[in-house]
Write a protein that binds this ligand. Structure first.
Ligand code: SF4
Length: 344
């Protein structure tokens, strides 16, 4: 496929359109990502939120061109543009350059990404050699600077230590330092705080927020925790069953969720219940990507289900008076009008 390059200043940093990533396995085809469209603007933070298995990580891996093939396949008609350049179908050398110099990703459990038999300093140095061509003392000095920038205590000492000598929060800081080594314009953080205690989680989110502002870097934050995303992100996209079901500013989605699934996610946050009351749960279980429900994929679990919900799949519908969208028949013009009539 030809690589089309545009340089218009108004172009999104990342624009994903109608992304479909399927996994062909012996038990059938899992439609892990099934028509996802999203934009990340320069310097902004977008949160991608949803339960495990909804397709968040597979979306990120698709952007990074890290979906193994086979069994993975990005279907024709999918588009991933970075600064206007189409990446679906691009040559492997171009994708390596993108991963090394433009987009970085950090994962939930840093121990699985760090090599346990190499000192952390040498791993950061290696990343600097690979991405920026630095060598010797210069690379070591920049590595220590990066470790200091991510607020690792005693960076010169930690430079010579092994991953098992560091706490989980410190290891995540090292991973962030390595991700910054290529000076990315987009950082994808996949559940970066899930394995950490609440205090360390807040510190890492604060660090990411500072780095984003200081470096003008955009962040795509993936999390199952809407509270974390609402605190850190400018905008939020909520995923369910391989699709985006609601999108809008973090403030609006967090304070006035419109999709019943988003409402369920928020109601299940401990902080939202008064002491002594039971936590709300979304009934049922998330469906399997091999067998998404017909019609609205949330209908078997939805408290507001209507007849048409099981028959017809809703598109992402604009919410009147805002820049938000929700994939729910409750937002269709006729249902909204009926709601207004009832109110009147
Ligand atoms: Fe619930 Fe129907 Fe909306 Fe789906 S379309 S979320 S089932 S009300």
């Amino acid at each position: 496929m030809d690589i089309v390059t545009r340089t218009r200043a108004d172009e999104a940093l990342l624009e994903v359109s109608e992304l479909r990533t399927y996994l062909h396995t012996r038990t059938g085809t899992a439609r892990a990502v099934d028509g996802v469209s999203l934009r990340v603007e320069r310097g902004e933070s977008l949160g991608l939120v949803g339960e495990s298995g909804c397709g968040k990580t597979m979306t990120a891996l698709s952007v990074m061109a890290l979906v193994p093939s086979p069994p993975g396949e990005i279907l024709p008609g999918s588009s991933i543009r970075f600064e206007g350049e189409e990446l679906v179908g691009a040559a492997e050398a171009r994708l390596r350059r993108m991963r090394g110099n433009e987009v970085s990703m950090i994962f939930q459990e840093p121990m699985t990404s760090l090599n346990p038999v190499h000192r952390v300093g040498s791993q950061v140095v290696e990343a600097l050699q690979l991405h920026r061509g630095l060598r010797g003392r210069e690379a070591a000095a920049v590595a220590v600077e990066l470790l200091a920038e991510v607020r690792l205590p005693d960076p010169e000492v930690r430079f010579g230590e092994y991953p098992h000598q560091l706490s989980g929060g410190m290891r995540q800081r090292v991973m962030i330092a390595m991700a910054l080594s290529c000076e990315p314009r987009l950082l994808i953080a996949d559940e970066p705080t899930t394995a950490l205690d609440v205090t360390t989680q807040a510190q890492i989110l604060g660090l990411l927020s500072d780095l984003r502002q200081r470096r003008g870097m955009a962040v795509l934050l993936i999390s199952h925790d809407l509270g974390v995303v609402a605190e850190f992100c400018d905008r939020v996209a909520v995923m369910y069953a391989g699709q985006i079901v609601e999108e809008g500013s973090a403030q609006e989605v967090f304070h006035h969720p419109r999709h019943p699934y988003t409402q369920g996610l928020l109601a299940s946050l401990p902080g939202r219940r008064s002491r002594g009351t039971r936590l709300a749960v979304i009934p049922g279980v998330a469906p399997s990507p091999n067998l998404w429900p017909h019609g609205c994929r949330f209908h078997p679990r939805c408290a507001f289900v209507m007849d048409r919900c099981a028959e017809q799949a809703p598109d992402l519908l604009p919410i009147a008076g805002s820049e938000r969208t929700a994939r729910c028949w409750l937002e269709s013009p006729e249902t909204a009008a009926a709601r207004e009539d009832t109110r009147a």
